[in-house]
Design a protein around this ligand. Sequence first.
Ligand SMILES: Cc1cc2nc3c(=O)[nH]c(=O)nc-3n(C[C@H](O)[C@H](O)[C@H](O)COP(=O)(O)O)c2cc1C
Length: 212
Amino acid sequence: MTQPDQVEDFIRVVAVCGSLRPGSYTRMALEIALRGAAELGAQTQLLDLREYELAFCNGNKRESNYPADVFRLREEIRQAQGIILGTPEYHGSMSGVLKNALDLMGFAEFEGKMIGLVGVSGGSTGAINSLNGLRNIGRALHAWVIPEQVSIAESWKMFTPTGELPVPALETRLLDVGRQVARFAYLHTARQSREFLQLWETAPENPGGANR
Ligand SMILES: Cc1cc2nc3c(=O)[nH]c(=O)nc-3n(C[C@H](O)[C@H](O)[C@H](O)COP(=O)(O)O)c2cc1C
């Protein structure tokens, strides 16, 4: 089955920015990835954790003391079919801000969703450790983590101050993360699956099959 060039606009792809730093490169990278999803016709939204007053996850079932932003974030993720997680590499792992936000959510927000991963680092090794950690989290949340991912090493010398990334190979890879999340979210919707099954079930029989 070929991948669609366009998706229907009920597909919503959000990106969660795991850096609180003003001028964050993670945020810049996510903006580009979301552009890839938008080019295919998906609705997109960047969820910048700077704009949410979250509590630390305390593991309790009683959540009445949680601030309203916890529930706002959950609802925004619930409405999405595709989620791009972006993080800076902090001490060889994802940021605590992003991990805590993920801990505040669960299957209700992530199960069966498409996830794309983007990481940035200050050093030359890149953000692969963060991305591997996030891939494990995606599995634990029963989400589908797409194979495409982007790690941007030495991010401080990659972006312009206005958020452009004048490194075509990296820019294309970011756009591809957004595109693939949108495409696979679309293919994974019930209607698309039904179409696929219908095509599958009406496929012509193997011409030589019956006579063998
Ligand atoms: C607490 C902390 C830990 C960091 N640890 C690493 C690290 O282990 N490896 C690395 O390459 N860069 C590390 N950095 C640098 C960040 O990855 C880098 O500054 C990145 O651009 C931050 O992302 P942002 O621009 O989205 O805020 C660290 C930065 C901070 C603040």
